[in-house]
Design a binder for this molecule. Structure first.
Ligand code: NAD
Ligand code: TYD
Length: 339
């Protein structure tokens, strides 16, 4: 009997890349994608798989019991694993309004855990973030033992979801694992996050906003490397463990923006320093030694390789970008699936 992976949030940035990776590398697995299609969900990201007999889309919300049940019913009677991406993911939106973050990231995660246990799911991978650890000074790295100290409503809601996963492991012996990754970049990222926003704006000769002094540091990882790490954890991770994922690619934001502008052959005069994000974490940096030692995972892409790849992807996908920016992508589900 063939096994099925239930992916939540598969129409978003990392989830869509993960589904494409599965489709390429695990030809005998079935894939069910449960996604509510919020503003961040774009089914056009998966249009290439629509005709595949191995892929099914379920339009539903992880906060609603009947939707989660329907998604598990769609998985059939063989062994099922879950990879949980669905989340509200943008820090700036969480600063404007935090409630949806608690509802989806916290309540939605518990809803999924409850159903997954009841359905005797074999493995559950919870995709979390390095932001749960808070902010670093100039030195040091986040390890899996670093105490959680989230600073934004987004990271606080993710930390809460991590604790619920931990509780399911501890209390019920449920086979769940957590990944905490640094900032991702690559194809299909919604142009509200730093790198795609810079590419989209600069390509149209619009200003590129840099928060504060531009010296906040992030540790950038190409999305395909993150997806391979999640797959390694799904297949070979130790139950109950947390795995940090990162690429040792630390750069201040201003350096990222300058590189994007240089690769696009655009002038640095497009840079606008704007008011800083409230509570802006200064530095993130990941020690990924555990996943490297235990699972043999290593990033395959350097920043020097993958930033140009990412820029070329956006340059070749002008229709995708235009439809995201003018909102037309939101009609795709009704057109393709008829409701
Ligand atoms: P994204 O915002 O691009 O996609 C989120 C997806 O979840 C969308 O398709 C959206 O429609 C769906 N979704 C939202 N609320 C839902 C709900 N209530 N029910 C069902 N589906 C819902 O996010 P992303 O950048 O792909 O991030 C995916 C996961 O990875 C998140 O859990 C995030 O915390 C984590 N993460 C992201 C990064 C990053 O750099 N983007 C880094 C580390 C970890
Ligand atoms: P972002 O992509 O929102 O990811 P996160 O906040 O989860 O790290 O932002 C990455 C960094 O870039 C962060 O330090 C904030 C900064 N930033 C800007 O300077 N300008 C922008 O327009 C955006 C969206 C982010």
């Amino acid at each position: 009997m063939s096994s099925t992976v239930l992916v939540t949030g598969g129409a978003g940035f990392i989830g869509a890349n993960f589904i494409h990776l599965l489709a390429r590398t695990r030809p005998d697995w079935n894939i069910v994608n449960l996604d509510a299609l919020t503003y961040a969900g774009n089914l056009e990201n998966l249009s290439a798989l629509e005709q595949s007999p191995r892929y099914r889309f379920v339009h539903g919300d992880i906060r609603r019991a009947e939707d989660v049940s329907r998604a598990f019913d769609t998985c059939g009677s063989g062994p099922v694993t879950v990879v949980h991406f669905a989340a509200e993911s943008h820090v700036d939106r969480s600063i404007t309004s935090g409630l949806a973050f608690v509802e989806t990231n916290v309540v939605g995660t518990q809803m999924l855990l409850d159903h997954a246990r009841a359905r005797k799911v074999k493995r559950f991978v919870h995709v979390s973030t390095d932001e749960v650890y808070g902010s670093l000074g100039k030195e040091g790295y986040f390890t899996e033992e670093t105490p959680l100290a989230p600073n934004s409503p987004y990271s606080a809601s993710k930390a809460a979801s991590d604790m619920l996963v931990r509780a399911a492991v501890h209390t019920h012996g449920f086979e769940a694992l957590t990944t905490r990754c640094s900032n991702n970049y690559g194809p299909y990222q919604f142009p509200e996050k730093l790198i795609p926003l810079m590419i989209a704006n600069a390509s149209e000769d619009k200003e590129v906003p840099v928060y504060g002094d531009g010296q906040n540091v992030r540790d950038w990882l190409y999305v395909e490397d993150h997806c391979e790490a999640i797959l390694a954890v799904l297949e070979r991770g130790r139950p109950g463990e947390v795995y940090n994922v990162g690429g040792h690619n630390e750069y201040p934001n201003l350096e990222i923006v300058r590189r994007v502008l240089a690769l696009l052959a655009k002038s640095e005069s497009l840079i606008r320093f704007v008011k800083d994000r409230p509570g802006h974490d200064r530095r993130y940096a990941i020690d990924a030694g555990k996943i490297e030692r235990e699972l043999g995972w290593r990033p395959r892409f350097t920043f020097e390789q993958a930033l140009p790849l990412t820029i070329r992807w956006y340059q070749s996908q002008t229709t995708w970008l235009q439809r995201v920016r003018n909102g037309a992508y939101r009609d795709y589900y009704a057109r393709q699936y008829g409701s």
